[in-house]
Design a protein around this ligand. Sequence first.
Ligand code: ATP
Length: 354
Amino acid sequence: MAESVHIHNLEKRFASPDAPGQEVHAVRNANLEVTPGELVTLLGPSGCGKTTLLRMIAGFEEPTSGDILFGERRMNDVAPNRRDAAMVFQSYAIFPHLSVYENVVFGLRLQKLSDAELKARADKVLAVSGLTSMANRSPNQLSGGQQQRVALARAIVMEPKVLLFDEPLSNLDAKLRDQMRVEIRDLQQRLGITSLYVTHDQIEAMSISDRIVVMNSGNIEQIGTPREVYARPASRFVAEFIGKANFPEAIVADAQTVDLRGVKLPVPTSGNVGDKVTLVLRPEAIALSATEGDFAATVRRAMFLGNVAEYLIEIEGLGEWLVDVPNPGEKGLLDPGQQIFASPSHSSLHALRG
Ligand code: ATP
């Protein structure tokens, strides 16, 4: 049965290893509700506190204050091995001297199951993990991706209520990472296990999550679906961490409209008329035309990136914008120095709060 996970006002302060008497505030007042069967990623740059938050949920780190609940049960004082949670690590932590099968059943052996039960549970998990034909191999006869599958199989064979992933794909090459991401998401959804997944890779977070928790310097900056955090970032930090963005400054014209250097754009804001607001303008949400558009611009740089052409354009009074144009192969590239027109797509504009 999947379980909900509630984090309530969770804090973690470490004694600073560098400055005696000082503290590192690794996690600040974190609040989060993960619903049963949901996959939530903790995303942020190195040092933002995501691993510390995950380790507190696992029970490897004691919170300074606040509560962790699985379902209705407070977990703060429950030992890690009694939390019904299993963790999948970056280093696979599989035993090199044991076969794939013995690695998978390792934790189950401590549960005093009959041999038949043990085998039935292991066979089922080996099958869903695509490892049946490799059960008797030793780990050094497996690829990195297969080893990570063993680590995952070893976690899910315990039938945990909560599955915790600590950057599980960091050691794999880019192609394998893409493939394993799909496998992990597929398996997690089929089994319906509530999961928390730590990563610093925004593409990984976007591709596997029901919701993303974006963290910065110990704070949760935003919690939302991949679509929400991309289209409606709560802060400049979130907008820049999840993709690329331009941040032109506009003036509030009325509750539904802003004025961007004389061009009225439909952007709802809560500010007063005349207030300055920062817009988030994604590079792919700007159309370029040789003949007409909202802003006259000059191409400063043109780069062919295969699926898109990435331009840096300059607009008088508004500075430089990044613009992505899809399928550049069909159209050919614009030349630096060329005069063009740029128009933001109205539907994808968003204003940052205050
Ligand atoms: P990374 O992606 O690099 O693993 P992270 O976002 O997971 O980073 P944490 O490992 O949670 O970050 O660390 C958060 C902060 O807490 C950092 O400033 C780190 O140096 C500090 N920290 C973590 N563990 C300890 C510890 N045992 N003692 C002191 N400070 C710690």
